[in-house]
Write a protein that binds this ligand. Structure first.
Ligand SMILES: *Cc1c(COP(=O)(O)O)cnc(C)c1O
Length: 368
């Protein structure tokens, strides 16, 4: 029997009961997406022409003004920063990450600092923090604006935090000073409506991962919003020369994300939510029958766990600690990958397939 590529490399595969996490490959692409990529691989095309045409297509599908395709949301953060500083100016693009002569400060609420905003710094921009981890107010935002301000960066997953400010309160202040508001919403789908939510509130650019719930190529991302700024993003992207040249987006990925967005737009998420809920119910019923566990269903409440509106199963082992069980499940072949939250393991059906549920259950039966 021929071995799979993973067998040849001696790398275990995984039952993903945690979600669209980059560390384990994000999400799986639909066959139609793979076919679009295969088709794209058969011809040479002018990449900048393709990149722009595909961006237009995606913008039309999503009902937004403009779209720049990137090789991930993190790249999108770096490219958006480059765009806001250079506005597409040829000499300035070539000068980055040296920002002399450009506005080069990104305003960020202190509690919105995440591991992803290192991507901002790649562009050469400097982060200016506002407030403390537990407090910030609009007056502080206004006081932080100066002629050095290039953009305001908002991490949507941090919105519920104590030191945060509602996006709709921040936007009017920044509009007054013509400072672009850039929102990192990489993992904020579902719901589908989040695609336009931030732009409707007045944000200038919003960034999504293409390789999470959009189920496009793992190395894809979207910057959506204001046409002029998106054009400046395009100008900072490969094959043009700027910091984005190091964040190449290939023709196959461009074709794949277009197809993935087509499928996403056509998808009935009300039905998808019912399917996920029924998977959660089935898993929690089965696990409830096993001794040595306290099982409940619920939605995540801690900030940073996205998407928050998919019902999860929480399992508290009573014979061993949660980290112990978590490690044992990861040691199996295939590995069983769940979330770990305090004394509980968390099961999210978002990336699970029906036929993986029995594998998951029997692993719990054996190791709980
Ligand atoms: C996943 C994620 C990113 C990075 O997205 P990639 O597409 O993997 O580059 C950025 N910000 C947040 C909040 C994310 O969840």
């Amino acid at each position: 029997m021929t071995q799979s590529i993973y067998e040849q490399l001696n790398v275990k595969t995984m039952v993903n009961a945690w979600g669209t996490v980059t560390k384990v490959g994000g999400s799986k692409m639909a066959p139609e997406v793979l076919e679009a990529m295969r088709e794209a691989s058969r011809h040479y095309v002018e990449i900048s022409t393709l990149h722009e045409a595909a961006g237009k297509r995606i913008a039309a599908l999503l009902g937004v003004d403009a779209c720049c395709i990137t090789c991930g949301a993190a790249a999108g953060i770096a490219i958006a920063a480059a765009a806001c500083m250079t506005r597409g100016d040829e000499a300035k693009k070539l000068q980055l990450p040296d920002t002399a002569g450009m506005p080069d400060e990104a305003l960020v609420l202190k509690c919105h600092r995440t591991l992803y905003d290192q991507a901002l710094l790649l562009s050469g921009i400097k982060v200016k923090e506002i407030g403390t981890t537990s407090f910030a107010c609009v007056e502080q935002v206004e006081a932080a604006v100066s002629d050095r301000t290039a953009l305001f960066f908002y991490a949507s997953e941090a919105e519920p935090m104590r030191g945060s400010i509602d996006l709709s309160l921040i936007i009017p202040i920044l509009k007054k000073y013509k400072v672009p508001v850039v929102v990192d919403a990489a993992a904020e789908i579902p719901p589908k409506s989040n695609i336009r939510k931030y732009l409707e509130k007045g944000a200038d650019l919003v960034i999504f991962s293409g390789g999470k719930e959009l189920r496009g190529p793992q190395s894809s991302g979207l910057i959506l919003g204001n046409a002029e700024l998106v054009a400046a993003c395009d100008a900072n992207c490969c094959p043009n020369y700027s910091i984005g040249r190091a964040m190449k987006i290939d023709k196959e990925t461009i074709a794949g994300i277009v197809k993935a967005v087509e499928l996403f737009v056509a998808k009935d998420y009300d039905r998808q939510v019912v399917i996920w809920e029924s998977m959660t119910r089935r898993i929690s019923e089965k696990l409830s029958q096993i001794p040595y566990a306290a099982v409940r269903e619920g939605f995540p409440t801690e900030p940073g766990i996205q998407p928050a509106d998919i019902l999860r199963v929480y399992v508290k082992p009573t014979r061993k600690t949660a980290p112990q069980l978590y490690a044992e499940l990861l040691g199996l072949d295939p590995q069983i990958y769940t979330g770990l939250s305090g004394a509980e393991l968390v099961i999210n059906p978002q990336c699970l397939e029906e036929d993986e549920i029995p594998v998951l259950i029997s692993a719990f039966e054996k190791y709980l």
